[in-house]
Design a protein around this ligand. Structure first.
Ligand code: AMP
Length: 301
């Protein structure tokens, strides 16, 4: 199993959907993605929290085999907090507030054991931090990057710079349109490929995800879910399962990537069934494999 390092937010989320609400629940891009990756490999995370971050949250991650030695605890600092809501169209989170807290002044120094990682996931966080983490990893075999509108609006130049250094760029459809200033996703993907990545994945919420590579494309379906309670973290769990699967297998080719996208879609679909990490906490590998097979069968014609 190859070493996988993930950097991204560790957060306390306050979320409201038409089906309920949670206050200061464990969230963040590194949290959801590492938890999802842990079904397939043993990720190590890089990030920072304040001492208002309950110890039990870190223990929960450790119990999944996630290495948290790269998570700094800032005394007297405040943990990153995000607050948002969803309306009946659950494809789009509406942000109420983003409080970077200890992430505003974070300067990551990777534990030595992290530096030989083969797989790196630069999950959603300040692109300058993503760059700092990537530059400390000696020779990554595969680097994947995710982002969101907040960073497109606030750190566009730095974001474009780090996109130029990764193998796979992951965006949702509205972010792709915004970043590449076109309503057309095929044109957005072509513009993204010109920046350097070999593959672009565009997530389309409940409509699946598209993979664009030079000369080919692939479309992963979504799962027709009856129960969607909270889609927070679906993008991160998609990405975490995707890179976790690749790291577990040691793969990086187009064929592996297509399978990885299906595992990503499977885990993300489970994640939406309950608030925060609740559904993933109950999730088992046999459930993942069963839904993976269903994905295969809904695509046969
Ligand atoms: P998603 O997978 O796209 O639903 O991501 C949800 C997670 O993103 C939440 O748990 C938030 O804590 C986190 N988040 C929200 N805004 C930001 C931001 N600007 N930077 C990093 N993480 C964020």
């Amino acid at each position: 199993m190859a070493r996988l390092v993930i950097v991204g937010s560790l957060a306390l989320d306050t979320v409201k959907t038409p089906f309920g609400e949670v206050k200061d629940a464990l969230g963040g891009a590194a949290t959801f993605s590492s938890y999802a990756a842990s079904f397939f490999s043993r990720p190590s995370i890089v990030g920072v929290v304040g001492n208002d971050f309950p110890q039990q949250h870190l223990r929960l991650l450790q119990q999944r085999g996630i290495d948290v030695s790269g998570v700094a605890i800032e005394k007297g600092g405040k943990t990153f907090r995000w607050s948002g809501y969803y309306e009946y169209d659950m494809n789009e989170a509406k942000t109420v507030s983003t409080d970077l807290g200890v992430f505003a002044s974070f300067s990551p120094r990777l534990p030595d054991g992290y530096k030989a990682a083969d797989y790196v996931f630069l999950a959603n966080i300040d692109p300058e931090l993503q760059m700092q983490v990537l530059s400390q990893i000696k020779k990554p075999k595969l680097a994947l990057l995710d982002t969101m509108n907040y960073w497109i609006n606030n750190k566009r130049r730095q974001l474009l710079e780090v996109i130029g250094k990764v193998d796979i760029l992951l965006l949702n459809d509205s972010e792709a349109r915004q970043l590449f200033e076109t309503p057309n996703l095929v044109k957005a993907a072509a513009a993204a490929l010109k920046l350097g990545p070999k593959h672009i994945i565009i997530k389309k919420g409940e409509h699946g995800a598209l993979l664009f590579s030079n000369g080919s494309h692939f479309s992963a379906p979504s799962y027709p879910l009856e129960t969607i309670r909270d889609p927070t973290g679906c993008g991160d769990s998609f990405a975490g399962a995707l890179i976790g699967y690749l790291a577990g297998k040691g793969g990086s080719g187009e064929k592996d990537l297509r399978k990885a996208m299906i595992y990503g879609s499977v885990v993300a679909s489970f994640n939406a069934e309950d608030f925060g990490l609740e559904r993933m906490k109950r999730l088992t590998m046999p459930e993942i494999e069963k839904r993976y097979e269903e994905f295969e069968s809904i695509r046969k014609f």
